[in-house]
Every structure is written in structure tokens, then in C-alpha cells.
Write a protein that binds this ligand. Structure first.
Ligand code: PLP
Length: 342
């Protein structure tokens, strides 16, 4: 592919604004290696997840599982729900989001603003991540309601399919010159949907998955973590899209490093990225100086930092959870400064 994909000059649906997100060169080494960020926060709702939300709804319609006037039900940490809320509004469905208080408050407020019905699985004040309980409840709710469809993002191939266009966008923008694709792994849809498609045109591309320390897709030990929307907590089923055959490396990044990176990028460059993206960028940055000359690494940035003003970018919240570490922030800023000098 030699031509960057572009969207029509005028569109009439919010979902027509999905995709064609920009690439941002975060740094370039003296040996010509570069780290490019695919800024998925430039999608409507500020996250990549609206890509898969639309795909899951279109797929359900095509398969006759969702009929006019029906109800969409999903268990969500917020970003999938924001996407489903938009698509439901556009296509005349009601949307019920099964949520917990671990989700970023702004995502919950956003879903409500977009007309979603929110069903909480835990009481106010209980900030525990409740992925497994949420899913169980969503399944039951959909089964008990008439003309309702549980999109079941962890186990729905349309989730991965929704990210195939990301591969086409990357291929077109970089003329196939991509050596490493690195991204966060929750359901696995984003990294493996894009990665699987990219392997078709760029067979040698290396795929690196990042999950929070404490998440279990890349092995134990399991413990709580604060990176929102990503990873697989203990008790939850590893997403069907997590394709270990496609994965070259699965790594873990702690909350402290992930959040320090998001904060450092904001302060040093004016670029707001979310906490899971902070983990991905931390891992990518620390690999840069060891890469063979001329390597192009693309990091998928799932969402922007705007939704995390109450958490990652709030010093009190960070301090109360022993997540604030100025030394790590300085280390990341130093790395950025050094790598951006070239
Ligand atoms: C902020 C954020 N990061 C990472 C992920 C993980 O993406 P995926 O489920 O495609 O693996 C999600 C998914 O909801 C997310 O919301």
C-alpha cells in the first residue's frame, strides 16, 4: 500500500469519524530507530475501543442476533461502553452497561451522557475490579430480557475484527516498514486483531504484548492493579482474542512505571495518554537503545489521559495508593530527553 488512507471530507455519523488516527514520533535514536505512537484517542469517545464496539454491533445485526429496537448489554470498564453507547444511539438501540467502581469516573459519566443505562455490580465505595462478576451478571441480564444481546467482548471475534483497519492504516502510512508492534492486552482484541492482520502484509513484524503486573494472561503472580481497562485480573477468563501463537513476547509493567510514564509525557511534551498506554510506552522506551539500527516500533495508545484526571494525574489519589514515584518520573523524562535529542 502506498497511499495513506483518508476519510471523506464530510461525514454525517459520529461512527464515520472512527479511524485514520495519527502517528506521533515519540523519539528517534542516533542509529535511526524510531518509536511511533498510534494515537487512538483521536477516535470518537477518545479511545480505540469504539472500533470494536461498532464491529460487534454490525456483526450481531448481520447474524440476526440484534433486531430493531433491541437492547445491547455489555460488561465494561468504560471504554467499550462509551463506544457501544454511541453506536446504540446512532442505530436506535438501548444500551445497558454493567460496571464497577474500579472504572474511571469520567468513563461512567460519559456513558450516562450518551444515554446508556448503568448497572453497578458493587456498592458505592467498593473500588474492587469485578470483571468476572460483571460478565456473569451481563450474561444473565441479556438472557432474561427480550430482544437483548450480550456483546461479550472477551469472547467475540468481532472485537478483534474491529481492529483490522488499524493494520491497514499503519501499513499505508508506513509503507509496510514496521518491525515491532507493541500494545496493551486486555481482551486481546486490539493487539491481536491489528497484529494478525498486519502479519499478512508484513510477515516479519514482531508482536509484543504488555499487561499490568498482577494480571494473569502472561503468567502469575496475580495481585490487584490500578491500570484501568487492561489486563486480566485473577478470576476472570483470559480473552479468546489473546492469541499466544501470534505473540512474540508478553511482558508486564507495574502501575508505578506506567503512570510515571503517562505523567512524564504530559509534562515534557504536552501529550496526555492513559495509564495502560503509559505501560506500553514505558516498555517501548526502555527497549529503544538496544534495538538494531533503523528499527521502527509502533506502540498502540489505547486512550488519552483526559479520563484519568481523578486518578493517574491526581497527586492525592496517587499518593494514597503509594503510586507516586518522582524518581521514576525523572528517569522516564531523562530517557525521553536523551532519545529525543537525535
Ligand atoms: C484503556 C485501555 N487500555 C487497554 C485496553 C485493552 O485492550 P483490549 O481489550 O483490546 O486488549 C482497554 C480495553 O478496554 C482499555 O480500555
Amino acid at each position: 500500500m502506498d497511499k495513506a488512507l483518508t476519510r471523506p471530507a464530510v461525514v454525517s455519523r459520529v461512527s464515520d469519524l472512527i479511524g485514520y488516527t495519527p502517528l506521533f514520533e515519540l523519539c528517534r535514536t542516533a542509529t535511526g530507530s524510531r518509536l511511533l505512537l498510534k494515537l487512538e484517542q483521536f477516535n470518537p469517545t477518545g479511545t480505540a475501543k469504539i472500533r470494536m464496539a461498532r464491529q460487534m454491533v454490525l456483526d450481531a445485526e448481520e447474524r440476526g442476533l440484534l433486531r430493531p429496537g433491541g437492547r445491547i448489554v455489555e460488561s465494561t470498564s468504560g471504554n467499550t461502553g462509551l463506544g457501544l453507547a454511541v453506536v446504540a444511539a446512532e442505530r436506535g438501540y438501548t444500551f445497558t452497561a454493567v460496571v464497577d467502581h474500579h472504572a474511571a469516573a469520567d468513563k461512567l459519566r460519559g456513558m450516562k451522557a450518551l444515554g446508556a443505562e448503568l448497572v453497578y455490580i458493587a456498592d458505592e465505595g467498593d473500588q474492587e475490579l469485578a470483571t468476572a462478576a460483571r460478565e456473569e451478571f451481563a450474561e444473565k441480564l441479556a438472557a432474561e430480557s427480550d430482544n437483548a444481546y450480550f456483546t461479550e467482548q472477551h469472547n467475540n471475534p468481532a472485537n478483534g475484527d474491529g481492529y483490522r483497519p488499524v493494520a491497514h492504516e499503519l501499513d499505508a502510512a508506513l509503507d509496510g516498514r514496521i518491525d515491532i508492534l507493541i500494545g496493551a492486552v486486555g481482551t486481546g482484541g486490539g493487539l491481536f486483531g491489528c497484529g494478525g492482520e498486519l502479519r499478512k502484509s508484513v510477515p516479519g513484524v514482531r508482536i509484543v504484548g504488555v499487561e499490568p503486573k498482577g494480571s494473569i494472561a502472561f503468567g502469575p503472580p496475580a495481585h490487584d492493579y490500578y491500570q484501568s481497562g487492561t489486563g486480566t485480573p485473577e478470576g476472570a477468563t483470559i480473552g479468546a482474542m489473546v492469541d499466544y501463537d501470534l505473540l512474540d513476547e508478553g511482558v508486564k509493567v507495574g502501575d508505578v512505571e506506567a503512570f510515571a510514564t503517562a505523567r512524564a509525557l504530559a509534562r515534557r511534551l504536552g501529550l496526555l495518554i492513559g495509564g495502560s498506554a503509559g505501560g506500553v510506552v514505558y516498555e517501548a522506551l526502555t527497549r529503544m537503545s538496544a534495538l538494531p539500527p533503523g528499527t521502527t516500533m509502533v506502540a498502540l495508545v489505547n486512550d488519552g489521559g483526559e479520563k484519568y484526571m481523578d486518578t493517574v494525574f491526581n497527586d492525592d489519589w496517587m499518593t494514597a495508593r503509594s503510586l507516586l514515584d518522582p524518581d521514576v518520573e525523572r528517569e522516564v523524562e531523562g530517557l525521553l530527553t536523551k532519545l529525543r535529542e537525535n
